[in-house]
Design a protein around this ligand. Structure first.
Ligand code: ACO
Length: 320
């Protein structure tokens, strides 16, 4: 028994912000951002929250799957930007959708969050613990940006994506996941500093700090390797794969992975131009766009690959 995706959904804030909009408030340009990243627009929250977008995406995924809220046994949200430290975003979503029979928790794996959530659900489902799960990636990274750091803030956008998965004979064929805590310093956002009657620290609002070129080098080295690995585990070759759905961090990273794998770029759909890097939400948003457009046929082989803070990275190969 394996895990099959039977419904998907996505939600982004209504406020679209173009590169030209950003150029009005900081020293940047559409030309600089687009040529280095492939991003034209991103959506940023005004009234929406991480939970709002996650619940919206979840409802769409359940409707497309034809699954009622009481059927869901497990909710896992990949996020680093929930509305609350606790309860988890997953528990907040559980309440919104009325999934009273589910156990719910979050996974913190940066931009690999959705993939790791999907793989965790797969572990439960393939071992017979649960039959039906809801997995999400949901982020409001805009609140964690230093908007005076133009080299980082222009890259990110807000959004959420969801998938309902169920036990089935067809679906996930192989997974691979990795972490390198020693390398994690290149992409960080601190939590609150220690503060109690015996230690006093200044209360500050920490922001995302990124060594962009180091993250770039990490991604172009490790992503092709883990894709090769997952394809071999499934007893296939990269030529057998119909679609590669990569975390949408930077179009140049995706182009480099396509070259290193010697696979045509046409097999790497992208939407980074419209949403920027939505971290854990990027893969499920792309998945839902393609699924809603009727792109996937039964039997198509899809590889998803996430990479990000931790460092964390991995890939999942499935048959649609
Ligand atoms: N607009 C205009 N100029 C800028 C901007 C901006 N938004 N940001 C930086 N610059 C300037 C810099 O000040 C610098 O100017 P200088 O040469 O006068 O000092 C120049 O542009 C080059 O800056 P670099 O940081 O060296 O630019 P680089 O070519 O490395 O591109 C980028 C930066 C786009 C972040 C690149 O390193 C990258 O794509 N890294 C990958 C990181 C990534 O994708 N992270 C996503 C999050 S992590 C994840 O999802 C896994």
């Amino acid at each position: 028994m394996t895990t099959r995706i039977i419904g998907t959904g996505r939600s982004v804030p209504s406020r679209k912000v173009t590169n030209d909009d950003l150029a009005k408030i900081m020293d940047t340009s559409d030309e600089w951002i687009y040529t280095r990243t492939g991003i034209h627009n991103r959506h940023l929250v005004e009234t929406e929250t991480t939970t709002d977008m996650a619940a919206d995406a979840a409802k769409q995924a359940m409707e497309k799957a034809g699954v009622g809220s009481e059927e869901i046994e497990l909710i896992i949200v990949g996020t680093v930007s929930g509305d609350m430290c606790y309860p988890s975003t997953a528990c907040l979503v559980q309440e919104r959708i009325g999934a009273v029979n589910a156990v719910a928790y979050d996974i913190s794996a940066g931009c690999s969050g959705f993939l790791f959530a999907l793989n965790a659900a797969h572990a439960y489902i393939s071992s017979g613990v649960y039959k039906c799960a809801l997995v999400l990636g949901a982020e409001t990274l805009s609140k964690m940006m230093d908007w005076s750091d133009r080299s980082t803030c222009v890259l990110f956008g807000d959004g959420a994506g969801a998938a309902v998965v169920k036990a089935d004979a067809t679906g996930i064929k192989a997974i691979t996941q990795h972490s390198d805590g020693a390398g994690g310093g290149v992409l960080t956002c601190e939590n609150r500093a220690s503060n109690n009657p015996y230690v006093k620290n200044e209360i500050t609002l920490p922001y995302t700090k990124m060594a962009g070129q180091d993250v770039f080098k990490f991604a172009v080295k490790m992503v092709p390797r883990c894709i090769q690995d997952v394809v071999e585990k499934a007893g296939m070759s990269v030529e057998d794969v119909d679609y590669f759905l990569l975390h949408q961090a930077n179009k140049r990273i995706i182009e480099s992975v396509s070259k290193r794998l010697n696979v045509p770029i046409e097999k790497f759909p992208t939407n980074i131009e419209h949403y920027g890097n939505t971290s854990a939400a990027s893969i499920p948003i792309l998945l839902d766009e393609l699924n809603s457009a009727g792109t996937f046929k039964k039997g198509d082989v899809i590889v998803m690959s996430g990479f990000g803070a931790g460092l964390t990275w991995g890939a999942t190969l499935l048959e649609w």
